[in-house]
Ligand binder design. Structure first.
Ligand SMILES: NC(=O)C1=CN([C@@H]2O[C@H](COP(=O)(O)OP(=O)(O)OC[C@H]3O[C@@H](n4cnc5c(N)ncnc54)[C@H](OP(=O)(O)O)[C@@H]3O)[C@@H](O)[C@H]2O)[C@@H](O)CC1
Ligand SMILES: Nc1ncnc2c1ncn2[C@@H]1O[C@H](COP(=O)(O)OP(=O)(O)O)[C@@H](O)[C@H]1O
Ligand SMILES: [K+]
Length: 482
């Protein structure tokens, strides 16, 4: 798993390393990493390094200092470097002196505009860890002149380092070189960072503020039956979904659970006939009382918000096994919070709201979706999976992971029902509920991409792509084992 740490924690971790190293050593190390990546970008885009032009956008702090020192290293490779200073008086003195000695130039006014317009690559050293708010007017005006690829120093300027939120003009980088540790922006808003490269500064950091999964993580955790397993030992997932009006939600959620893991799926509800017709392997009954034992429940997709749905949800929450509550189940909880009392707080609960359901439950998530999901998880003593292009999964113990979707094809009717079936299957396997929700979101996104392949798909298409997505991560796991 990759981790990211907030700017305050990275600063705190830098302190002892700064104290133990000669002055400027850390900055030069960081800047060298920037120069290496800048040279690579130059070579990729222009076919050469020596003789090419790099412009530096230099703010008033150490982020600007990094850019200036990177300019020094690029000069040594024969690059023409021009620094555009946002405030000459407050520019990093050692960096500026070193760049001048190395033959770099500084520019203001129309010369600066021309340097930015003609650069082959531009380094964004406007602001880093100390960033607050969007680019200020002067910086924003200068950035207007840039059409070359931008390499962000530490992070793209104008973007909040800890939330990834943009609220005005900001840099959109092709590549970002960050130092010491990834910051949340790198996991939460990769669209503005481009590819992220990490320069190790020897910082000591544990328990990241935000995690992200990759294919190997998901492949390693996804349950695979062993020699001694049978259909029961792998966990039986129960699906309480659908209604006579919405049988499709039940078919999709049950189908996702069938395809996600081996073992067994039970269904309860008024859509039993439709579910059986599509998935003959599902054991379908009319009510929770008749369902037989399960190791997890999914409750909510398409159950409506009437008394029947409410009774089902209450029974499921009282069943003493992990539950994933989605869609109408969340609306029912929002409308009647006393329903939460049916649950033993020690039994895991995963809530999977989209923004509007989240708002009904605990209020508008706002732009800081990580903060909102984290608070909701603590308040509701549940894992909260807040859906969106970036899906946030927060656990009541404070762990948060972010899953950035591969494109937006998942935004299609019934897609969430498929996700809830995946979560139910992984909960039944006994997986940690936070990880179960995270792995589900990750695989859902991959299945969406495989189903779409560049053209609109459907929830049924996403469902049908689950086996291919799983085969893909099993291959990754096999590679890791040898
Ligand atoms: N510490 C270390 O060991 C190492 C640190 N390293 C590097 O230092 C960086 C942190 O440097 P830093 O602390 O000097 O602040 P930095 O981010 O350059 O900001 C400077 C000033 O910009 C301003 N400003 C704020 N918002 C703005 C906006 N939206 N648009 C425009 N301007 C804005 C604000 O000043 P103000 O004008 O408000 O007085 C702020 O004080 C870090 O990201 C990494 O690159 C590496 O060398 C590795 C070793
Ligand atoms: N713009 C988007 N980009 C990527 N994924 C998205 C986007 N919008 C929604 N999604 C994903 O699509 C799914 C939609 O779920 P949901 O809103 O419950 O739909 P439904 O109720 O129709 O099943 C979620 O997994 C969500 O994360
Ligand atoms: K920057």
């Amino acid at each position: 798993m990759r981790g990211a740490w907030t700017s305050a924690r990275v600063r705190a971790a830098e302190e002892p390393v700064l104290a133990a190293t000669p002055e400027g050593a850390l900055m030069r190390r960081a800047a060298f990493g920037v120069a290496v990546q800048a040279a690579e970008l130059l070579a990729e885009h222009t076919g050469a390094v020596s003789g090419r032009r790099v412009a530096l956008l230099v703010g008033v702090g150490n982020n600007g200092g990094d850019a200036l020192w990177a300019g020094v290293f690029l000069r040594r490779r024969g690059v023409a470097v021009t620094a555009v200073l946002l405030d000459a008086e407050r520019t990093h003195p050692a960096g500026l002196g070193a760049l001048r000695r190395a033959g770099g130039r500084t520019a203001t006014g129309t010369v600066a505009a021309a340097a930015l317009e003609h650069a082959d690559v531009v380094l964004d050293g406007i602001v880093g860890l100390a960033a607050r708010g969007p680019l200020r007017a002067k910086a924003a005006e200068l950035v207007e002149h840039v059409s070359a690829p931008i390499l962000a120093v530490d992070m793209p300027s104008g973007v909040d380092p800890d939330t990834g939120v943009t609220s005005g003009p900001h840099i959109r980088a092709e590549r970002t070189v960050t130092f010491g540790a990834r910051k949340p922006v790198h996991l939460l808003n990769p669209a503005v960072c481009g590819s992220v490269h990490l320069v190790d500064l020897g910082l000591e950091l544990d328990s990241p503020d935000v995690y992200a999964l990759d294919a190997v993580d998901v492949g390693l955790h996804w349950p695979v039956p062993g020699l001694a397993d049978d259909k029961y030992t792998q966990g039986v997932a129960g699906i309480a979904a659908g209604s006579s009006t919405y049988p499709g939600a039940a078919v999709l959620a049950a189908g996702a659970a069938v395809l996600a893991t081996a073992g067994m799926v039970r269904y309860v509800g008024p859509a039993a006939e439709a579910v059986r017709a599509q998935w003959p392997e599902v054991v379908a009954t009319g009510s929770v009382a008749d369902a037989g034992r399960v190791q997890s429940w999914v409750a909510g997709p398409g159950i409506g918000t009437g008394s029947e749905g409410r009774d089902t949800l209450e029974r499921v929450l009282a069943d003493g096994v992990p539950v994933c509550v989605d869609a109408d189940g969340i609306n029912l909880l929002a409308r009647s919070p006393t329903l939460f009392d049916a649950r033993d707080p020690a039994t895991p609960l995963v809530l999977t709201p989209h923004d509007r359901e989240f708002a009904r439950l605990v209020g508008d998530p706002g732009s800081d979706r990580v903060g909102a999901a984290r608070r909701a998880a603590v308040d509701l003593r549940s894992v909260v999976l807040l859906k969106g292009n970036t899906t946030i999964v927060a656990a009541p113990d404070g762990r948060v992971l972010a899953n950035v979707a591969r494109g937006s094809w998942l935004a299609t009717a019934g897609s969430g029902d498929v996700l809830s079936g995946l979560v139910g299957a992984l909960l039944a396997s006994g997986m940690d509920p936070w990880l179960a929700a995270g792995c589900s979101a990750w695989l859902h996104s991959l299945a969406g991409e495989l189903a779409a392949r560049g053209a609109p798909t459907s929830a049924s298409g996403i469902l049908a792509a689950i086996p291919e997505a799983l085969r893909g991560i099993r291959v990754q796991q096999a590679h890791r084992e040898y």
